[in-house]
Ligand binder design. Structure first.
Ligand SMILES: C[S@@+](CC[C@H](N)C(=O)[O-])C[C@H]1O[C@@H](n2cnc3c(N)ncnc32)[C@H](O)[C@@H]1O
Length: 463
């Protein structure tokens, strides 16, 4: 494969696409599509022996390229071709080995039109739906193979498409779904250099991970190693990340399932990076009996560490219930529920105790499971201290109303939440959580109803 600036030897075998010579459509794509942005995550859908993956990956070594194919022989060839060319940023994989939480900044494909119209469309939409906000895709299709029909169909199906180039009977289509929100924050090449230096590995960015709210979360890869990097903003993180690394070590030493910290540090201004091992898994939509048991066992270990007295959640909750709440006004349909929540606790509220690890955002979103097995508790870096009852109540709030929880599981978590401290502490944590939920309403009619239902379901647990 000869491209301006690079010449890449590729080995092929009969039985893979374009075994004799690089496909003309593939060459048209490589000559006309832009190379990926630095530090972006890319996929080559239907990679064959890896011509597109290597052609773009070798020209942008900070971007990681998933070279995906259903054909195992193609995947093995691509892997060997990547090794031979010295590309450390290519991951050859069958589709099921690509983590489901991964989103891409750019897709390239010379799609397998031969699998049939409906199958091609299904394949393309499956991958287009995995574009990160602001991402785009470059597809090359022969005009005689229905490029214009595919173009029209994509546009109709809600994927804004333009013709980026037309040459020698091929169309290069650029699909660019509307960005949701602003462009997501991510590593710059300078940031990546800092991360590489701190962790001692020449990472490439392999894509974005879904699930994070405020943070930019990216997957890093180097050969077979995987890591997650987050960018945190705010001066507070300068000290907190050091404390979080020490706390993560202590938690892990007790057997707690949180990924190891690989490095952290400043990026200039108020930006900091935080790198942990990658735990593959998905946030469960609800908690099965098995996951509930494992999660409760993990929370028991919160008592195994006694973090430094920063972010004292017990004190914050006491202060909120005794004073802070008075500053808030509830929309009229919710004020009755707010009163019910406050009626759960005596006034003034006696101080809550505890100097245990408190995750602070202990919801199913921050659990990763692999079927019945709890793989990891993630996002611990914002931790504080207090009583672990706080985390158990947050967990309850995240499963109540999902329609998947059972009364048994909720009952079991309530029991543990009380056993971890006492009845009063449980009620105070519940009151705080209900009030926080009520305050989070957008005020729109539909959201008011959903908020009220959620709050009511939680309040019922106090009975
Ligand atoms: C037209 S070839 C392109 C190969 C390579 N990108 C190139 O340019 O030489 C399409 C490739 O898609 C693969 N493929 C077919 N169905 C697929 C699917 N569902 N998911 C991923 N790859 C698929 C085929 O095995 C084939 O290697």
């Amino acid at each position: 494969l000869d491209l301006p600036g690079v010449s890449i030897p590729l080995r092929t075998v009969s039985g893979v696409f374009a075994a004799e010579r690089i496909d003309r459509g593939t060459m048209m794509l490589l000559r006309n599509a832009p190379i990926p942005a630095a530090c972006s995550g890319v996929a080559d859908v239907g990679t064959g022996y890896g011509a597109i993956a290597l052609g773009v990956g070798l020209r942008q070594p900070t971007a990681g390229v998933w070279a995906v194919d259903v054909n195992h022989r193609a995947v093995r060839l691509t892997e060997a071709n990547a090794v031979r060319s010295g590309a450390a940023n290519i991951v050859a994989a069958v589709p099921e080995d690509v983590p489901s939480s991964l989103r891409f900044d750019r897709l390239y494909s010379n799609p397998p039109i031969k699998i049939g119209r409906d199958a091609t469309r299904a394949l393309l939409t499956e991958w287009l739906n995995r574009l990160a906000s602001g991402g785009d895709a470059f597809l090359v299709v022969k005009q005689a193979m229905g490029a214009d029909r595919l173009h029209a169909w994509l546009a109709e199906a809600g994927y804004p498409t333009e013709r980026a180039a037309a040459k020698q009977g091929y169309r290069l289509l650029r699909v660019a779904p509307a960005a949701r929100g602003g462009a997501p924050d991510g590593l710059t090449p300078h940031d990546l250099a800092e991360v590489r230096a701190a962790t001692g590995r020449a990472w490439a960015v392999l894509g974005r991970l879904t699930g994070g709210r405020a943070d930019s979360v990216q997957l890093l890869g180097h050969k077979r190693s995987r890591a997650v990097v987050k960018i945190k903003r705010g001066a507070w993180w300068a000290g907190q990340l050091q404390r979080a690394a020490t706390t993560a070590d202590a938690l892990r030493a007790s057997g707690y399932p949180t990924p190891a910290v690989l490095g952290f540090g400043p990026l200039g201004g108020d930006r900091f990076f935080w790198v942990t091992e990658f735990a593959d898994g998905d946030s469960p939509a609800g908690l099965s009996a098995a996951l509930t048991r494992q999660t409760l066992a993990a929370v028991e270990l919160h008592a195994a560490v006694s973090p430094p007295p920063v972010r004292d959640w017990s004190a914050m909750i006491t202060a909120f219930l005794n004073g802070g709440i008075a500053e808030h006004r509830f929309p009229p349909p919710l004020s009755g529920l707010a009163r019910q929540a406050l009626d759960l606790v005596p006034r003034p509220v006696p101080a809550l105790h505890g100097n245990e690890f408190v995750h602070g955002d202990f919801t199913t979103r921050n659990l990763l499971a692999d079927g019945r097995r709890l793989r990891a508790v993630i996002d611990i870096e914002g931790f504080g201290r207090g009583t672990r009852t706080i985390d158990l109540v947050a967990l309850l709030a995240s499963i109540i109303g999902t329609g998947r929880e059972t009364a048994d599981q909720a009952g079991l978590i309530v029991e543990h939440a009380i056993a971890a401290s006492d009845e009063h502490t449980f009620r105070a944590c519940l009151a705080h959580r209900v009030l926080a939920i009520l305050l989070s309403t957008t005020g729109h009619a539909q959201h008011l109803v959903a908020t009220a239902d959620h709050a009511r379901a939680l309040l019922n647990l106090a009975r």
